[in-house]
Design a protein around this ligand. Structure first.
Ligand code: PEP
Ligand code: MG
Length: 579
């Protein structure tokens, strides 16, 4: 077997895919001032006009392909952008600059963009201020044409393996709709939201493949092994057929696992474990129901705010949540309030403009919600209203101080009063829970447990904050260790606090859906696990083979000295024997 090129990265999902590479241009265009001679001016003006008409042609082509179901604000976007491509401010003014200042078309356009941005920034009216974003989109589109960068055509991406320096969660959502086979990025860690989304969407992905966009060629055939974190290029026929067989074997294994649907999630010694799903997109509803999840332990709502230019209003929140609870037909749903910030950024005009040095430690999740009621209150009202229509709980991300809980409770009471005044039905007794994902909250878990109705351990962030490693930075990814003694101690503290205060504790971080960790979690006393729907059946198969009482005894003996050097070996032995 001969391989002429192999890339190693971090596998982020289970699948394997074979397909053609498609190099995706992403990110900001770095433009430098460039000046031309007087003789070159007419050609430069022509080049600019041609780029504008190509941009118009592209947008008209997109307009024709818009599916009927596309939200009207996205359709309106394209109309606005087409109008702007005819606007003198974006067409005639740059041409005058080329003629008068002898600058390149790119630079003339960039200078005009900067001037317009200043005008928009100075506007009092927040709506008008947000139009700056449209200017950027249109300018970017013309710049791409000037630089002859390829435009992605969703039709062409079907079945392709996307190769990019980095992708945002918003990109991953769009790609799911485009039907891509897999993706490879140069940056990012397995706990980034993009990687989590890839797992949940069932897209094989390898992240952190250094220099991938330079070493792999657009159009060549690739194999992506999302489990091992391997990318193969220029493969021979033997390798191809081995991987084809592997894809077929995975398909059969899935069929085998499906026999567990309808079987109880109970350990060998009879302990019932509540297996719940983490959902994010409307598409997850059907899988959650058909795979037999007992509930939704985490409904991430950030997708509602992405790929758009204005935050969703109450009616849109309400419609989205109603669709989920109706689709889930009585399965209880835990709606997590907005957790924007860090890598789950919004790129719409209502995004924050200033650069933040440490976004993971900044204004994200509940902090942002308490600061920006216009983003949060429509969501809160919609959750309270939808809870009158079905079993819904509310869950707050990234709590770090009790003050946030008190403020939140105040807001919930105030929202109830305003709904009552408006004569709208709502659930006055909605259960309110908190995510424990900051060490400070884990250390004070008893206090949080006294104030809240349930807790859920968000290990993705808890590990990031405990070990001081950025979950999206592949350079420190080797330190990301769910079994680090301090992480285990914090998890144990939360489980124990829940038991003492008699409230349920679940786990909804990625650790909960990893079959290697399930024996340990059961041994620590957890009985509620929430994971991406695709992991539910493997988790069920794992726990049905476990003896919970024995694990509780063994792990209980280990925990007091978990940071002793020999404990790691003893723990691996316990977990090996259990599986
Ligand atoms: C977590 O942090 O574990 C979690 C479930 O939340 P998210 O991954 O959305 O930050
Ligand atoms: Mg989190």
């Amino acid at each position: 077997m001969t391989l002429s090129c192999t890339g190693i990265g971090i596998g982020t999902s289970r699948g394997t895919a074979i397909g053609q590479a498609h190099l995706l241009q992403r990110g900001r265009l770095e433009l430098m001032p460039r000046y031309i001679s007087r003789e070159e001016v007419p050609d430069e003006v022509d080049r600019f006009r041609q780029a504008v008409s190509e941009a118009q042609r592209q947008l008209r082509a997109v307009q024709k392909k818009i599916p009927e179901s596309t939200p009207s604000d996205i359709v309106a976007f394209i109309d606005t952008h087409l109008l702007m491509l005819n606007d003198a401010a974006l067409v005639e003014v740059p041409i005058n600059r080329i003629r008068e200042q002898h600058c390149s078309a790119e630079w003339a356009l960039q200078m005009q963009r900067n001037e317009l941005a200043q005008v928009f920034d100075a506007m009092e009216d927040p709506y008008l201020r947000t139009r700056k974003d449209d200017v950027d989109h249109v300018v970017n589109r013309i710049q791409q044409r000037l630089l002859q960068l390829e435009e992605e055509d969703p039709e062409e991406l079907k079945g392709k393996i996307i190769l990019a320096q980095d992708l945002t969660p918003a990109d991953a959502i769009l790609m799911r709709h485009w039907g891509i086979a897999a993706f490879i990025t140069e940056y990012g860690g397995p706990m980034s939201h993009t990687a989590i989304l890839a797992r949940s969407l069932g897209i094989p992905a390898v992240v952190g493949v250094r220099h991938a966009t330079r070493c792999l060629r657009h159009g060549e055939q690739l194999i992506v092994d999302g489990e091992q974190g391997v990318v193969l290029a220029a493969v021979d026929d033997d390798t191809l057929s081995q991987y084809r067989s592997r894809i077929e074997a995975a398909r059969l294994q899935t069929a085998e696992l499906r026999r567990l649907i309808g079987q109880p999630a109970v350990t060998r010694d009879g302990r019932a474990i509540r297996l719940m799903a983490n959902i994010e997109l409307p598409e997850d509803i059907e899988r959650t129901r058909s795979l037999g999840a007992e509930g939704v332990g985490l409904y991430r709502t950030e997708y509602l705010y992405m790929n758009r230019n204005a935050p969703p209003d109450e009616a849109e929140h309400y419609r989205a949540y109603l669709e989920v609870i109706q689709g889930l037909d009585g399965i209880p749903v835990t709606i997590r309030t907005l957790d924007l910030g860090v890598d789950k950024q919004i790129d719409g005009a209502y995004a924050r403009d200033e650069q933040v040095c440490n976004p993971a430690l900044g204004l994200r999740a509940i902090r942002l919600c308490l600061k920006e009621p216009r983003l949060f209150l429509p969501q809160l009202r919609a959750i309270l209203r939808v809870a009158a229509q079905g079993p819904v709980r509310i869950m707050i991300p990234m709590l770090s101080t009790l003050r946030e809980v008190y403020q939140l409770k105040g807001l919930i009471e105030q929202t109830k009063r305003s709904l009552a005044r408006d004569g709208l039905p709502f659930d006055p007794d909605i259960q309110t829970g908190g995510m424990i994902e900051v060490p400070a909250a884990a250390l004070s878990a008893d206090a949080f447990a006294r104030e809240l109705d349930f807790l859920s351990i968000g290990t993705n962030d808890l590990i990031q904050y405990t070990l001081a490693i950025d979950r999206i930075d592949d350079a420190v990814n080797y330190l990301y260790d769910p079994l680090h003694p301090s992480v285990l101690r914090l998890i144990q503290m939360v489980i124990d606090a829940g038991r003492r205060q008699r409230i349920p504790v679940s786990m909804c971080g990625e650790m909960a859906g990893d079959p290697r960790h399930i024996p340990l979690l059961l041994g620590m006393g957890l009985t509620e696990l929430s994971m991406q729907p695709g992991a539910l059946l493997v988790a069920k198969r794992t726990l049905r083979n476990l003896d919970a009482a024995r694990l509780i005894r063994q792990v209980g003996e280990l925990m007091p000295s978990i940071d002793a050097p020999e404990s790691a070996d003893r723990l691996s032995r316990v977990l090996r024997e259990a599986s």
